[in-house]
Design a protein around this ligand. Structure first.
Ligand code: ADE
Length: 226
């Protein structure tokens, strides 16, 4: 899988995507991630990427030109044939685990990170194949949102997590929340591990976990429980 991220703030992404599971996946060459500075694709000497909105009003709009030139450059230099071009925006389709799994089937992903008031609508019209929101709140830009999506996709690539079972039993994998987990010691400051988990009885343990998952889902996420 090849992932290219177009952003005016490369530093926001470079550090976090160079740690832990994502770092190892990159080292194992399961995924190739590259960052492209939007300002490198401007056509003015001040490297200005934004401008005031037609029709007036507050805020700045990111110009169409740098995003178009960046994507054209990536297609050419990376040899992308039919990449998914994803715009991170609060106006996008809500992101979830199902979409994360869908993305693992793609080989070429390009993330466009907006900022300020928004991006010129022609980026959507002529460039973007998918718009994604990570939730009903406004971030300062699309970078953190892109990072969330990239992280959640990479950990699903076979080989990224050493214990694949661990990913398959995550919350949402079966449309329910995960059950409680414990590790040593058995008694921590008077809080004890439930007996059943110490019993060695696999069927009872599985039954307890399922029940706890359902209880949690019912009390915290009625929408999923239904
Ligand atoms: N950019 C700003 N807010 C966002 C959100 N909630 N999801 C995706 N991209 C964003």
């Amino acid at each position: 899988m090849k992932i290219c991220v177009v952003t005016a703030f490369v530093n926001l992404l470079e550090g976090p995507l160079n740690e832990s599971i994502v770092k190892r996946a990159r080292e194992k060459r399961l995924v190739d991630i590259k960052f492209f500075d939007l300002r490198d694709f401007t056509d003015n000497k001040h490297r200005q990427i934004d401008d005031t909105p037609y029709g007036g009003g507050p805020g700045m709009i990111i110009k169409a030109e740098p995003f178009f030139r960046a994507v054209e450059f990536i297609k050419e230099s990376e040899g992308f044939n039919s990449p998914e071009v994803i715009l991170m925006t609060p106006q996008g389709v809500p992101y979830n685990q199902k979409q994360a799994k869908e993305f693992t089937k793609q080989e070429e992903l390009i993330f466009l990170c907006g900022h300020y008031k928004g991006v010129d609508e022609r980026v959507r019209e002529g460039l973007v194949t998918r718009e994604i929101s990570i939730g009903d709140y406004i971030l300062t830009g699309g970078e953190l949102a892109a990072m969330v999506v990239i992280d959640s996709v990479i950990r699903l690539i076979p080989g990224a997590i050493s214990d694949l079972d661990s990913a398959l039993t995550d919350s949402f994998e079966n449309d329910i929340l995960d059950c409680p987990h414990y590790t040593r010691p058995e008694d921590f400051r008077g809080m004890k591990v439930p007996e059943v988990l110490l019993s060695g009885h696999h069927a009872n343990i599985a039954g307890w976990r399922k029940q706890k998952s359902l209880e949690r889902t019912r009390s915290r996420r009625e929408d999923l429980f239904k």
